[in-house]
Design a protein around this ligand. Sequence first.
Ligand SMILES: [Zn+2]
Length: 307
Amino acid sequence: MVDTQRIKFAYHDANWEFDTGDPDALRTPTKIVVAADVTDEMENHLFCPECCTNLTKSPKNRQRFKNGRVACFVHWPSYRHVKCGLRSTKPDGMNFATEEAATQALDRGDLVLVHQFMTQQLHPPETSGTYNQTPVEDIDGPQANFPIARHRGQTVRLPTRISSVQTLCRRLDENLYRHYQLPGNSNPQQLHDLLTPVSGITGEDDRPKLYYGKIMSSSVMSANPQPHHLRMTKLECGSQIVDFYLKQNNASQESKGIGTDKVGRYVLFWSGITANGIGYCAEQLGWGEFALVPDLYTRLLDDLAEA
Ligand SMILES: [Zn+2]
């Protein structure tokens, strides 16, 4: 019995036990491990991101099943009595049947309605003389109509967020299983189902999506680079297209930490796809519409791209 790739990663902790451990202590980005990186010593110390019971890699000693499917994680049968959304082999169709269910999911953080991603950087108000350097990355948005599954055509008013891709990246391990309704989408989906690999891009697309791509190079076409010069960050694409670039000015990319030294890292962005010479690009993104993904999640995204 296989969990059909629903478990994207495990938390590995040699000193944690399901029966006595604190789930918050387990759920730490430094502890995430993908199936391909599991070693023999990790066996018995791998835990489910949702229910925190033990997981095991399947097949145990190979990276792929005989049919070519990549290795994955499965729950231990001994914890079958513990409820977990990742145990089911059915696709996740999170319908919020009632206003109460939707409101509770919002309160728990399991449901996030994104009204839009920030186009401009907002500076926090100065308080009592100490300037807070932390940029504002997520604020309250307007109330919006949200469809209630049980009553066809009925909607309720629920609060939305004006958020940023940076916010999604910060705890990607936790956010992966949260339900997001992104701008222009009519139903919430788990973040892992919304993440679209740049390697799958085949042409122009007006409809913005949440893309992730691996940096191959990043450069400014000038001997004397200025903040307003265009920085071309090349992302790994599939064989269907010639090349793909994130095209933004030097200052805006550098402010996100994107530069020559970030080859091999991922960027996450919310954008449509436009032509760029004989290849394609994402351009003119707002401040909250792209981010460099923390290195802790590089292996996770490698694994998602491969699946
Ligand atoms: Zn589980």
